[in-house]
Ligand binder design. Structure first.
Ligand SMILES: Nc1ncnc2c1ncn2[C@@H]1O[C@H](COP(=O)(O)OP(=O)(O)OP(=O)(O)O)[C@@H](O)[C@H]1O
Length: 271
């Protein structure tokens, strides 16, 4: 994946620490956009172009699955889209505002307010209850304790875990932990949810629970980008982008009207 013919180290753009927060709903075009996005690890002969020039538009309300073989750049792409990593080249736009050149504080604020993250390993805080894990990002984003509690109660209900609010993560199953993580991702009403292998640690039954939940989110108009290895999971999306060596090799729109039917097929796969 070393690019031939590239010389020198790409110049890093200046960072704008004073950049304002992204305004949700400010987008006229796609809610999430990548322009010429690239990320190189290492230098010179050992340079690896994990993401090698990706243009991507994600319209509001789309559920996009990113697939491809191990090492093709899926996680790197998701991290760049979510402002968890900086591109070597290119731009990321969220809600009509460029985010890749924000300063660290503005970027952190943008992530808290405008994005929700779901990881394969859940990344819940072990010492906090399920409800506290969900509430925390709301409080960090400036919500009052009352609002955070109210929103958390709504979300725990929505993910079917209202009766587990006071449980610690260690007292929950993997599927339940992931549902708490999804509730946490939603607590600040993000423009986009980014999920990296959200079903990677789960058995078939728990995977179906998560996919049903994603189906409900999609029906409610939530934009979602997920990385998955599982074709059955990807089949529930509106669109599948397959990466090879850091670039899209295939970009397929699926028939969004058949989402319910696809979930039905997945139910049969379980039986
Ligand atoms: N921090 C890093 N330092 C050096 N190389 C890295 C780093 N992170 C990723 N890479 C390399 O970048 C490439 C893309 O990695 P990435 O994790 O994005 O792939 P992936 O498609 O998500 O893989 P998987 O499906 O196995 O999780 C790989 O060749 C990987 O070895």
């Amino acid at each position: 994946m070393t690019r031939n013919g590239r010389r020198g180290w790409p110049r890093r753009r200046g960072m704008d620490d004073g950049a304002g927060a992204v305004r949700p709903g400010a987008a006229a075009g796609p809610v999430l956009r990548a322009v010429g996005l690239a990320r190189v690890y290492g230098e010179d002969e050992s340079a690896i172009w994990a993401v090698d020039g990706i243009d991507l538009d994600v319209p509001a309300g789309q559920m996009l699955a990113v697939m491809g073989p191990s090492g093709c750049g899926k996680s790197t792409l998701l991290q760049l889209l979510g402002g968890l990593d900086r591109p070597t080249e290119g731009e990321v736009w969220l809600g009509g505002q460029r985010i890749d050149d924000l300063g660290e504080r503005a970027l952190a604020r943008m992530r808290r307010r405008c994005l929700g993250f779901v990881f394969q390993a859940y990344h819940l805080i072990d010492e906090l209850t399920a409800a506290e894990n969900v509430e925390l990002p709301a409080l960090l984003a400036g919500a009052s304790p009352r609002t955070a509690r109210h929103r958390t109660a709504e979300l725990l209900d929505r993910v079917g875990l209202a009766d587990r609010a006071r449980h610690l993560p260690s007292q929950l199953s993997g599927g339940q932990r992931q549902r708490i993580a999804i509730a946490r991702a939603l607590v600040n009403k993000p423009l986009v949810v980014l999920a990296d292998e959200p079903t990677g640690n789960l058995d078939s039954a728990a995977t179906l629970d998560i996919l049903r939940l994603f189906g409900e989110l999609r029906a409610a108009g939530q934009t979602l980008v997920m990385v998955t290895h599982d074709e059955r999971v990807a089949a529930t999306a509106d669109r599948v982008v397959s990466l090879r060596d850091g670039v899209p090799a295939d970009d397929t729109a699926l028939d969004s009207d058949t989402g319910t039917a696809r979930l039905g097929t997945l139910l049969n796969w379980e039986n």
